[in-house]
Design a protein around this ligand. Structure first.
Ligand SMILES: NC(=O)c1ccc[n+]([C@@H]2O[C@H](COP(=O)([O-])OP(=O)(O)OC[C@H]3O[C@@H](n4cnc5c(N)ncnc54)[C@H](O)[C@@H]3O)[C@@H](O)[C@H]2O)c1
Length: 269
């Protein structure tokens, strides 16, 4: 029960495959109370209601690119949870260019701006609103999810690579100010490829997933383990960790090549 007595907001649970869904289940197991939120359009599917019931949580719709929605979300959460909050999970990503199969060298820049707003600027919007409304308790923790394409090129990850680089930079920049003002920590977790709606939207995801699995000494990190890592960052066990991009990838990020990959290139002559 390492989150006993803690309160928070979880963005981005779409269906049972979502990383945010696993985080919500584990946060509940660990004794937290929280509000669930997602874009109004994502709620049409209705699956989030099952999660809310299971976690004894309320749902407040909010488009993470709307300051009005975010203000409403924080004000209502404050009421529902009966006070300030201790943690926020930002588990949001979307690229219209990826969805429409646009090549990186032929992007639609209106789509690019929209994707950047949803996937990266929304993190700034969330933290700015939380700070202005003074909803965070001291020693609180804010986590967003990222991917290694922020540091290294994966051609089919498209403009999401740039969005993740921006997201990680916002974590550092806002992390400084939130730390100084409120002792709130801000980190990103860079997760292995994971079979979710957002993940499998990336072109060639299957090959991508298998390659990463073969490269990583521990294999790809499952979403349940990602949830556990998020929980550790919400807990008091990581009070002094902030402004970091933390790899949760079974060792992928520091592996040059694995034997399994090499085996495909070794010839006998
Ligand atoms: N799946 C992977 O391979 C992988 C790997 C590394 C990082 N991530 C990141 O993990 C996070 C969660 O993605 P996931 O894989 O669980 O997929 P997912 O599709 O289940 O979650 C993405 C969520 O973003 C929400 N969203 C989109 N636009 C929004 C908006 N305007 N306002 C509020 N919410 C909005 C969606 O409704 C959805 O719930 C994303 O940031 C993603 O980039 C995923």
């Amino acid at each position: 029960m390492i989150l006993k007595g803690k309160k928070g907001i979880i963005f981005g649970a779409l269906d049972s495959k979502s990383i945010a869904w696993k985080v919500a289940e584990e946060a509940k197991n660990q004794g937290a109370k929280f509000v669930l939120t997602n874009a109004p359009i994502a709620m049409r599917m209705g699956e989030i209601n099952d999660l809310a019931e299971k976690c004894n949580s309320e749902i407040i719709p909010a488009d993470a690119t709307s300051m009005e929605d975010l203000e409403n979300l924080f004000n209502k959460s404050h009421e529902i949870l009966g006070g300030k909050i201790d943690f926020i999970l930002h588990s949001i990503g979307m690229s219209i260019n990826v969805r429409k199969g646009k090549h990186y060298t032929d992007l639609n820049h209106d789509f690019m701006v929209k994707g950047m707003d949803v996937s990266a600027m929304s993190f700034h919007r969330v933290m700015q609103t939380a700070m202005k409304l003074d909803v965070m308790n001291e020693w609180g923790s804010i986590v967003a999810l990222s991917y290694i394409a922020a540091q290294r090129t994966f051609p089919d990850y498209n403009d999401m690579a740039d969005n993740k680089a921006y997201l990680e930079s916002i974590a550092r920049s806002f992390g400084y100010h939130f730390g100084k003002q409120k002792k709130v920590r801000v980190n990103t977790i860079s997760q292995s490829p994971t079979l979710t709606t957002a993940g499998s939207g990336v072109k060639g995801f299957d090959g991508f997933y298998k390659y990463a699995d073969m490269m990583s000494p521990l294999g790809n990190a499952p979403s349940e383990d990602c949830a556990n890592y998020v929980i550790s960052l919400f807990s008091d066990l990581t009070r002094m960790v902030t402004m970091q991009n933390l790899f949760h990838d079974g060792g992928f990020s520091y592996t040059g090549v694995s034997q399994e990959i090499m085996d495909n290139f070794i010839t006998n002559d």
